[in-house]
Design a protein around this ligand. Structure first.
Ligand code: NDP
Ligand code: MG
Length: 383
C-alpha cells in the first residue's frame, strides 16, 4: 500500500519540492490532495501529472476554470478556503503536509489533527500563533507532528533515541540572511530586490523577507518551544552562514549532536514522509573535502530587532506571538508592495506587540480575534 499524501500549498516552494520527492519515491508514495490559493494554471498542471483524488483552489473566482480543466480526469474539485478544512474530514490521506503560508495554515491544520492525520509541518506560523492548542490537540488525538522546517527536522533527528530530560539546550542555526553583518545605518534604503536575494535557500517571498529581517529565526524559536517542549532560556540561536549544520542539541552531559547536509529542503520533506525509517534518496551528498570552513557568530539582535521581539513574545506567552505574527504578515506584505521600508517592518511589529490587547490564556476564538485586531491595528499604522 502506498502512503497517501495531501499537500496543502502544492504550488509553493515547499509544495513543488514535495512533489519532486514524491516523483522520486513513486513506488511508495502517492498524491491524494493538492491545494493552492490562486495559481490555477500550476495547480491544474500538477493535478494532471500526479492524479490526486481531490483538488482545492481557495480563490473561488478560479474554481470553474479548475473544475472544467480537470473534468476529464476524474478529480474532485472544490473552491474556497473552507473547503480545505472540510476536506480533512473526507480524505483518506495518511500524511498532511502543511505548506501554506502564514496564518492561513491554522484552521486546516486543526482540522487535519482532529481527523487524526499525521502532520508534516512546514507552516511554522501555525505553531507560532497557537502552539499550545495545536500540541494539546495532537496529544489528545495521538497525532505525530513531524517538523519539515530544516532546523526543526535537524533537532528532531538529533533527539531520536534520547530521553526528554537529557536535553540541556537547543541550538538553532541561522544563515544570517542577505544582510548579515550590516548595521542599521546600512539598512535604511535596502530594496525589496536585495531582501529577496537569499544567499543559500530559494523559498517563497514571505519567508525570504522573514529571513532577511531575522523574523524567520524568531518564528522558528517559538516553533521549537512548542515542538520540543523547552523553555525560552533553553533555546539559543547561532549564525552559521554556510547552512551546513541545520541545527544542534546539547545534552546534560555536555555532548552536542548536530545534523548536517547540503541546504536542500527536499531532505527534511523526505524524512518527514518516511519517519521513523530512513529511505534511500538520490540527493547530492555533502563532501567534507569540498568544504573549506564552517563558521559561527552571535546574531545581532539590536540591528535585527525582530529576533529580540520574538524572544520577548515567547516570554510573555498568551497571545503575544499571535500578535507578532499577524503584525509581521501585514508588515512584510506592505514592504513587498513598497509601502514601507525594510526597517519599518520591525518597528511596526514592536508597536503592535505593545498596543494590541494581551490575553494570558487564549482560546482558539481569542486567537482568531487577536489575529483580526492585530492586523487592523497594523494596517492603521501604514502610511
Ligand atoms: P510559497 O509562498 O512559495 O507557497 C505558499 C503556498 O500556499 C502556495 O501553494 C500558495 O498558493 C498557498 N497559499 C498561500 N496563501 C494561501 C491561502 N490564504 N489559502 C490557501 N492557500 C494559500 O511559500 P513557501 O513554500 O516558501 O512556504 C510555505 C510554508 O513553509 C511557510 O509557512 C514557510 O514559513 C514554511 N517553510 C518554507 C521553507 C522554504 O524553503 N520555502 C523552509 C521552511 C519552512 P498560490 O501559489 O496559489 O499562491
Ligand atoms: Mg528554517
Amino acid at each position: 500500500m502506498k502512503k497517501k499524501i495531501a499537500i496543502l500549498g502544492s504550488t509553493g516552494s515547499i509544495g513543488t519540492q514535495a512533489l519532486e520527492v514524491i516523483s522520486e519515491q513513486s513506488a511508495t508514495l502517492e498524491v491524494e490532495v493538492l491545494t493552492a490559493n490562486s495559481n490555477s494554471d500550476l495547480l491544474i498542471q500538477q493535478a494532471i501529472e500526479y492524479k490526486p483524488n481531490h483538488v482545492v483552489i481557495a480563490d473561488e473566482s478560479k474554481y470553474l476554470a479548475v473544475k472544467e480543466a480537470l473534468m476529464p480526469h476524474d478529480i474532485k474539485v472544490y473552491g474556497g478556503s473552507r473547503a480545505i478544512e472540510e476536506l480533512m474530514g473526507i480524505t483518506s490521506a495518511d500524511i498532511v503536509l502543511t505548506a501554506m503560508v502564514g496564518y492561513s495554515g491554522l484552521k486546516p491544520t486543526i482540522a487535519a489533527v482532529k481527523n487524526k492525520k499525521r502532520i508534516a509541518l512546514a507552516n511554522k506560523e501555525t505553531l507560532v500563533v497557537a502552539g499550545e492548542i495545536i500540541t494539546d490537540l495532537c496529544a489528545q488525538h495521538k497525532v505525530p507532528l513531524i517538523p519539515v522546517d530544516s532546523e526543526h527536522s535537524a533537532i528532531f533527528q538529533c533527539l531520536v533515541g534520547e530521553a526528554e530530560q537529557s536535553v540541556e539546550k537547543i541550538i538553532l542555526t541561522a544563515s544570517g540572511g542577505p544582510f548579515r553583518g550590516k548595521k542599521t545605518s546600512d539598512l535604511l534604503e535596502v530594496t525589496k530586490a536585495q531582501a529577496l536575494k537569499h544567499p543559500n535557500w530559494s523559498m517563497g517571498a514571505k519567508i525570504t523577507i522573514d529571513s532577511a529581517t531575522l523574523m524567520n529565526k524568531g518564528l522558528e524559536v517559538i516553533e521549537a518551544k512548542w515542538l520540543f517542549g523547552v523553555e525560552a532560556d533553553q533555546i539559543e540561536v547561532v549564525v552559521h552562514p554556510q547552512s551546513i549544520i541545520h541545527s544542534m542539541v546539547s545534552f546534560k552531559d555536555s555532548s552536542i549532536k548536530a545534523q548536517m547536509g547540503l541546504p536542500d529542503m527536499k531532505l527534511p520533506i523526505h524524512y518527514a514522509f518516511f519517519f521513523p525509517n530512513r529511505v534511500e534518496a538520490s540527493f547530492k551528498r555533502l563532501s567534507f573535502k569540498e568544504m573549506s570552513n564552517l563558521t559561527f557568530e552571535e546574531p545581532d539582535k539590536e540591528t535585527f530587532r525582530n529576533l529580540a521581539l520574538a524572544f520577548e513574545a515567547m516570554k510573555r506567552g498568551g497571545n503575544a506571538a499571535c500578535i507578532l505574527n499577524a503584525a509581521n504578515e501585514i508588515a512584510v506584505e506592505a514592504f513587498l508592495q513598497d509601502r514601507i521600508k525594510f526597517l519599518q517592518i520591525a518597528a511596526l511589529n514592536e508597536a503592535c506587540l505593545e498596543k494590541v490587547s494581551f490575553i494570558g490564556k487564549p482560546s482558539i476564538e481569542d486567537y482568531v480575534a487577536t489575529d483580526v485586531e492585530a492586523r487592523k491595528f497594523a494596517l492603521s499604522l501604514l502610511p
